[in-house]
Design a protein around this ligand. Sequence first.
Ligand code: NDP
Length: 435
Amino acid sequence: KARNSHEPEFLQAVEEVLETLEPVINEMPELQENAILERMVEPERVILFRIPWVNDAGKVVVNRGYRVQFNSALGPYKGGMRFHPSVNLSILKFLGFEQVLKNCLTTLPMGGGKGGSDFDPHGKSDGEVMRFCQSLMTELYRHIGTATDVPAGDIGVGAREIGFMYGQYKRIANESSGILTGKGLSYGGSLIRPEATGYGAVYFAENMLATRDEDFRGKVCAVSGSGNVAQYCTEKLNELGARVVTLSDSNGFIYDADGIDAEKLAYVMELKNVKRGRISEYVKKYPKATYTADQRPWSVKVDCAFPCATQNEISGKEAQTLVNNGCRVVSEGANMPSTPEAIEVFVSNKVLYAPGKAANAGGVAVSGLEMTQNAMRLSWSREEVDARLKEIMKNIHDNSWNAAKQFGNEGNYVMGANIAAFLKVANAMVAHGVV
Ligand code: NDP
């Protein structure tokens, strides 16, 4: 703790996991003998580098780049790149640590890592974003490889940024390979990858609802964010008969009591992905909806909540408001969106609560399937990838449920997901010796 005292998000993520592992650690002395916990909380390698690039005004700008190669016990490091001004080592270490366990839950052979930069793509021209991505990859290319480390997208890194980074890697390394996931369809991407995280969070919630013989028909849902995960979460909820009434961005949220149906969602996708506009513009197009600045959508009365924006976006107080208003399902599309106080509220009120490492694992699962397709040099159909995604999300649900039950906490998905993932990674580390 002292060694990482300046890394609050990392400490928060580790503490949340360690608290739930106590029953396991106490029963398995070999884990203590091998210092598995001590090794698991220390990244295998952290790379920090300079990213100089030239903006449209001809000025040289310098950003900081990172790649945290956290744990390779189960396979190559795998995890997204985040471009956001808030990016620092604490945030990337928390994300990398979570990624190790999440990737394990998918049952695919992937270790965990994370990376990114404090670069802010908002308001930058395509040319600026391209020059930045090229400069980043000019350094990063020497640290990654299809059997070493395979980065992907995250906040601020979508199809455009992956394309620019891929192009530069291909040029420098003189090879066409599956070095990144989330690629465009024409150059090695997988169908369903853009949809996978949002769809997966809904599939996970569907499995949770099934334990109470319920489904999504008629359920009113709050979704936060309006980026990749939020958009496809909304699409799947609509398909399953739910009504999504909110979306947000870092400036505020919109509330549309009639529901953000397929036509309105198409408008949001155009607004956010093509025009790169703000969610506040929604109410100009649909004046019956309301926009609330500087607030998150958790005050609205809903049955289910899907936080799909960023870390620590639901406080304990907001969680209590959700519960008081009748919310009974929370499935995290984002990473660590609930504060520890919020998690406590959900768990103690028997909310069907799915932590991000379980609920949002669909994205990296389909990234794993993209790696498989690239290695085989073929592409699977939409139906095939979606069927595999559904099956993986059901397995993650069932494994988490069973692990929690085995350790006397039926229905506690936080504990179940942590234990199921930890045991597998820990056993692999013991098998590899002290490395
Ligand atoms: P996008 O960049 O596509 O969208 C992010 C959304 O969250 C935007 O609406 C953005 O608003 C909002 N947001 C970002 N930072 C903040 C902030 N500090 N406060 C409030 N709102 C914020 O990212 P994704 O949809 O890909 O990622 C969303 C979450 O899902 C992240 O936690 C990510 O780690 C997680 N995730 C993503 C996966 C993927 O496959 N993409 C996989 C697994 C998890 P604005 O436009 O104002 O910045």
